[in-house]
Design a binder for this molecule. Structure first.
Ligand SMILES: C[S@@+](CC[C@H](N)C(=O)[O-])C[C@H]1O[C@@H](n2cnc3c(N)ncnc32)[C@H](O)[C@@H]1O
Length: 260
């Protein structure tokens, strides 16, 4: 498995409201498929489909879409929402699918959540037909004007102080693609800003992500201090040009060369 049981449970829990919380995935999914430009009838495998942000864009182009995900919760909903797709619960690192059986493999915001992304890319290469295309999106870390909120999180929850390797970069992903046997690598950056009307709406967005449960685990005075600091910071941002969530991604496209 290239993801752990807690990892799968996390996505099961997020499944219901996934695209409401991650407001940018539908847009990025469409742009990723536009970049890959499959033709009607092409066989497309979307790995780590989630609620179908990428897969539905391929379906709209008349492709024959197979959508796979490790989370049972995501898979259940995909089956209901998209009866025209073949949907399976599969691990990205062990795709139970024949060699050379797809023209395009897509994965939107997936490689960075895998324990072993290199193994998954080798699988993507294996299931692609010769000269098939892979198209992947990767989150680009942007802080910008929301630095106050990142700092607040770090102060209360220690985020970013774990000393771990940090999120995957676009250069690292290109290296992994090359090692897995892909060539003709291209990449492009996209930005998806979202305006938030006021501090209460920003708080509501954090609530969708479970901020209240996180605060419930803090001593009451710390929880109150977080809430007060949050609303003061959000109000300052609102007064200083408006609240905007800045989200960025890198889209990677490559072609399947001979086996690595
Ligand atoms: C960040 S979400 C992206 C969902 C979707 N591709 C999108 O663009 O909205 C990552 C998805 O990958 C799935 N996933 C995580 N580990 C996986 C694995 N080892 N194999 C297959 N899917 C996995 C999760 O269940 C989740 O649906």
């Amino acid at each position: 498995m290239t993801s752990t049981e807690p990892g799968r449970r996390k996505y099961d829990a997020l499944a219901e409201r996934y695209e409401e919380i991650f407001f940018y995935v539908a847009d990025v999914g469409r742009q990723l498929v536009d970049l890959a430009a499959p033709r009607p009838g092409d066989r497309v495998l979307d790995v780590g489909s989630g609620r179908g942000a990428v897969a539905r864009a391929a379906l709209a182009r008349g492709c024959a879409v197979t959508a796979v995900d490790a989370s049972a919760g995501m898979v259940e909903r995909l089956r209901v929402d998209y009866p025209a797709m073949t949907v399976r619960q599969l691990d990205a690192g062990r795709l139970d699918l024949p060699d050379g059986s797809f023209d395009l493999v897509t994965a939107g915001f997936v490689v960075q959540v895998l324990d072993d992304p290199a193994a998954a890319l080798v699988e993507f290469h294996r299931v692609l037909a010769p000269s098939g295309t892979v198209a992947l999106s990767l989150e680009r870390q942007t802080v910008g004007r929301l630095k106050w909120l990142h700092d607040l999180n770090a102060e209360f929850f220690g985020e970013g102080r774990g000393g771990g390797p940090g999120p995957m970069t676009a250069d690292q992903l290109d290296t992994l693609l090359t090692v897995a046997g892909f060539d003709q690598l291209t990449r492009t950056e996209v930005d998806i800003p979202k305006s938030v009307p006021d501090p209460a709406a920003l708080w509501a967005w954090l609530e969708l992500q479970g901020i209240q449960q996180v605060l419930d685990a803090l001593p009451a005075d710390r929880a109150t201090a977080f809430r007060e600091a949050f609303f003061a910071g959000a109000q300052r941002m609102h007064d200083d040009g408006g609240i905007e969530l800045e989200f960025g991604a890198t889209l990677h496209r490559a072609v399947s060369g001979p086996p690595a």
